[in-house]
Design a binder for this molecule. Structure first.
Ligand code: NAD
Ligand code: UDP
Ligand code: UDP
Length: 343
């Protein structure tokens, strides 16, 4: 594999013999499964920006070509329509394994498929990593903590998960994916990394994926009431997508297996979130209370001391700074949708 082209010897630090980061770094060939999705497409942007070759594997269940179309024509970018439940042969240095529906509406749509994606999909990507000696990163989730009895959640907490509920296909699926990852690490010496991602938002989220931030932002733009489920006192911690992507890359490049919580510790009730959305988009927006869904975790907030200490990572963008950054993307897409309907 090549070193970054165009790096002159004068850029090398002759004193230490080390190559400054970003100049002489070996160009990596990287697979991003789920790379046409929300988080994956932002990760792809970052990897291509730093000079890597990127292969996206996606079955377009929730992902969209639009999310990566700005890279079509880039010779370092390749998009493969493929379902990770089926085996695949590739030669790469790193595998970021994101493929899996993430919003409750999507992962409950076909729960058995969600389990197959988490178990067989992760198994195939670990088998691939083992065969070619690639480093493998799993995007796990804060849902492995279930409806947590410890607050905030540390990586040492084993969780409180209903194994037979409607969310189990996702949270038990991800727990099994973590187990598989550790067993390939221990049993086959695969270099692995595990990230436990907390609620993340930003441009390119699906408009109607049912997640609370995308729902509230789309509702405020469409002049519809913001739907608060239950009493709205349940909490979540919301991370802007660029902070997450920085954390994923820092983890992949680090020497630590994890698991690491990657999330923003700022904690908000859904009513507080509705208030921030009103302040950001439309102060006259109203709220409509709806019944909550089954097994909804009451609270969630990451303890990120481990990532701070070992990865030197922490989120930089607060909810009030991040929300406006997704509004123009949502406005444009909602406008296009309306035009498509002939409105
Ligand atoms: P997303 O739905 O936007 O992206 C998932 C991508 O995976 C989509 O492009 C989808 O088409 C693809 N995919 C799904 N099943 C597949 C399969 N069987 N084969 C190939 N491709 C498949 O979701 P996201 O928010 O970008 O989430 C990415 C990852 O991060 C997921 O693994 C998710 O569990 C994890 N995560 C996300 C969040 C969050 O708040 N966004 C929180 C915790 C964990
Ligand atoms: N696999 C894959 N690509 C590869 C290597 C393996 O998709 O390059 C799949 C393989 O088909 C299998 C899974 O990964 O379903 C696990 O592979 P492993 O070699 O660990 O196990 P085995 O094939 O011995 O069951
Ligand atoms: N929620 C809400 N209104 C909505 C969508 C979700 O009040 O329109 C609530 C939901 O009940 C949950 C929280 O927002 O308590 C976060 O839900 P989301 O689906 O975004 O993610 P989760 O953390 O549950 O995976």
């Amino acid at each position: 594999l090549a070193t970054t082209p165009g790096v002159k010897e004068s850029h090398l630090n002759k004193g230490t013999g080390r190559v400054p980061v970003g100049l002489g770094r070996r160009r990596m060939r990287v697979v991003v499964t789920g790379g046409a999705g929300f988080v994956g497409s932002h990760l792809v942007d970052k990897l291509l920006d730093r000079g890597d070759e990127v292969i996206v594997i996606d079955n377009f269940f929730t992902g969209r070509r639009d999310n990566v179309k700005h890279h079509f024509g880039n010779t370092r970018f390749e998009l493969i329509r493929h379902d990770v439940v089926e085996p695949i042969l590739l030669e790469v240095d790193q595998i970021y394994h994101l493929a899996c529906p993430a919003s409750p509406v999507h992962y409950k749509y076909n729960p058995v498929k969600t389990i197959k994606t988490n178990v067989m999909g992760t198994l195939n990507m670990l088998g691939l990593a083992k065969r070619i000696g690639a480093r493998f990163l799993l995007t796990s989730t804060s849902e492995v903590y279930g409806d947590p009895l410890e607050h905030p959640q540390k990586e040492t907490y084993w969780g409180h998960v209903n194994p037979i509920g409607v969310r189990s296909c996702y949270d038990e699926g991800k727990r099994t994916a973590e187990t598989l990852t550790m067993d390939y690490h221990r049993g086959a010496d695969v270099e692995v990394r595990i990230a436990r991602i907390f609620n993340t938002y930003g441009p390119r989220m699906c408009l109607d994926d049912g997640r609370v931030v995308s729902n509230f932002v789309a509702q405020a733009i469409r002049k519809q009431p913001l739907t608060v489920y239950g009493d709205g006192k349940q909490t979540r911690s919301f991370q802007f997508v660029s902070d997450l992507v920085d954390g994923l890359v820092a983890l992949m490049e680090s020497e630590h297996v994890g698991p690491f919580n990657l999330g923003n510790p700022g904690e908000f009730t859904m009513l507080e979130l509705a208030q921030v959305v009103k302040e950001t988009i439309d102060s006259s927006a109203t709220i409509a209370f709806k019944p909550n869904t089954a097994d909804d975790p009451h609270k969630r907030k990451p303890d990120i001391s481990k990532a701070k200490e070992l990865l030197n990572w922490e989120p930089k963008i607060s909810l009030r700074e991040g929300l406006p950054k997704m509004v123009s993307d949502f406005r444009n897409r909602i406008l296009n949708e309306d035009e498509g309907k002939g409105n």
